[in-house]
Design a binder for this molecule. Structure first.
Ligand code: PNS
Length: 166
């Protein structure tokens, strides 16, 4: 039977850390449904459509990755997509408390959905979308932090919005 997993997040924007987790997920699962949250709490820099497109562009020929967007409860969306596994990346101890609460809340809401944590490669253990945006805004080098296509979009977005603050 085909085994799929859902990889949810804000992906504002996707980083090499996220890409690493998706690639690790593909070693275990037949299909990964990348689920982009439509309205993260913080105002996203990129629209939902842009975030979805940026992820699709990174894996143009990979038929085992589907990029979707969702609103509402993650567990409801996972059920709708017939996914009983949710993948999350865990970088450092600082991630643990939030992830611990979220996975147990999700288990309370949907006991048949399991959250699976994966560590990214160590070179991405400090990486976050927030820091990437900040470094880009302040003119720092993004080499190795995001795929080149994402770097281009980030620079374009910042150029268009000169008054941008994060
Ligand atoms: O990349 P992020 O911002 O850490 O991803 C967080 C995400 C999207 C996984 C989380 O905010 C989420 O699942 N939101 C959907 C709403 C929901 O289900 N809330 C209850 C979870 S405890």
């Amino acid at each position: 039977m085909k085994k799929n997993a859902m990889y949810p997040g804000s992906f504002d924007p996707i980083t090499n850390g996220h890409v690493d987790i998706i690639e690790r997920g593909l070693e275990i699962f037949d299909q990964i449904d990348v689920a982009v949250l439509k309205n993260p709490k913080k105002d996203p820099l990129f629209t939902t459509k842009e975030r979805v497109k940026m992820i699709e562009n990174i894996f143009p020929d990979q038929k085992r990755i589907k990029v979707l967007s969702f609103n509402g409860l993650l567990v409801d969306f996972a059920k709708k997509m017939k996914s009983s596994i949710v993948i999350r990346g865990l970088r450092a101890i600082s991630d643990f408390e939030y992830e611990f609460q979220m996975s147990l809340m999700n288990r309370k809401l949907a006991p048949d959905i399991e959250t699976l944590y994966m560590m990214p490669a160590v070179e991405y253990s400090f990486l976050s979308s927030q820091l990437v945006k900040e470094v880009c805004l302040l003119g720092g080098c993004l080499k190795g932090l995001v795929p080149p296509s994402v770097e281009e979009k980030l620079k374009g977005k910042i150029k268009k919005n000169q008054n941008l603050t994060l």
